[in-house]
Design a protein around this ligand. Structure first.
Ligand SMILES: NC(=O)c1ccc[n+]([C@@H]2O[C@H](COP(=O)([O-])OP(=O)(O)OC[C@H]3O[C@@H](n4cnc5c(N)ncnc54)[C@H](O)[C@@H]3O)[C@@H](O)[C@H]2O)c1
Length: 261
């Protein structure tokens, strides 16, 4: 049976309309937290909030572009006004793009950095004063195995995800005296729309169907499979739980052994 470690706590989850963000929102709801779901895709985000409510908690669906400071501040303010506190931030909103270095336009670079790195900065910045005032809480930023290692044609994604790890460490040091933990999770290939879209684009370029490409990537992993989003959410929940109170500033690979290998 799933434990109920977050009863009456409040979690903010960005990128909650799908994939890893949705799995995190549902995990916190399942364990008793009220959840503010932030995403740009309003209908899918409302769907996540509705699924959270099925676990008997309250949930807000807030349309928010994490790269826009005013939108992030408004969403965090709405959350605090609704429940009077914030205990957990999961910064999962992210996008992927990849091209050979010489083909990456400045616009492509900037768009990805704005969401994947500036978005994490803005959400951490908006939530930190609340957690510091409460002298408790957890921030979990979703980086990637691409933050720990790199491969060709992914300069902007890899840079953004390594940046998330550096940002996480610095914020962790600032918030540690307040009893607030800040960690990053670095997923390996996880079966979400993001990976399926990459498979549909890159597979045919390599003479493979999307499904064949996914299977080949799974074979690269020591565990010979991709992760399911709930497997990432389980580690995120651990990082928000009392069992990890002395764990901060870390970037934890949840990748079936990919980076290790
Ligand atoms: N799927 C993987 O294999 C994998 C591996 C490593 C890291 N990650 C990271 O995990 C996180 C979640 O990815 P996912 O696989 O669930 O992808 P996904 O595409 O399924 O979900 C990402 C969500 O972020 C939202 N989003 C995008 N831009 C946004 C913005 N500007 N403001 C608010 N919301 C925005 C999207 O609407 C979407 O709902 C991302 O940061 C991604 O880089 C994913």
């Amino acid at each position: 049976m799933t434990p109920k470690r977050f009863v009456n706590q409040v979690a903010i989850v960005t990128g909650a309309a799908g994939g890893i963000g949705r799995a995190c929102a549902l995990r916190f709801a399942q364990e008793g937290a009220h959840v503010a779901c932030l995403d740009t895709r309003a209908a899918n985000n409302e769907d996540t909030a509705a699924q959270c409510r099925e676990h008997g908690v309250e949930a807000l669906a807030l349309t928010c572009n994490v790269s826009q400071k005013a939108e992030v501040q408004a969403a965090v303010q709405a959350t605090e006004e609704t429940w009077g506190r914030v205990d957990i931030l999961v910064a999962a909103a992210g996008i992927y793009s990849g091209s050979p270095l010489v083909e990456v336009s400045l616009e492509q670079w900037q768009r990805l950095i704005d969401v994947n790195l500036t978005g994490v900065f803005l959400t951490n910045q908006a939530v930190a004063p609340i957690l510091m005032r409460q002298r408790s809480g957890s921030i979990i930023n979703i980086s990637s195995m691409a933050g720990k290692t790199s491969w060709p044609a992914t300069a902007e994604y890899s840079a953004s995800k390594t940046g998330v790890i550096g940002l996480t460490r610095s914020v962790a040091m600032e918030l540690a005296p307040y009893g607030v933990t800040v960690n990053a999770v670095c997923p390996g290939n996880t079966l979400t729309d993001m990976v399926r879209k990459v498979a549909a684009t890159v597979g045919p370029q390599e003479g493979l169907t999307a499904e064949e490409w996914l299977q080949r990537r799974a074979q690269d992993c020591p565990m010979k499979r991709m992760a399911e989003p709930w497997e990432i959410a389980g580690v995120v929940a651990f990082l928000a739980s009392p069992d990890s109170r002395y764990l901060t500033g870390q970037a934890i690979e949840v990748d079936g052994g990919m980076v290790m290998s």
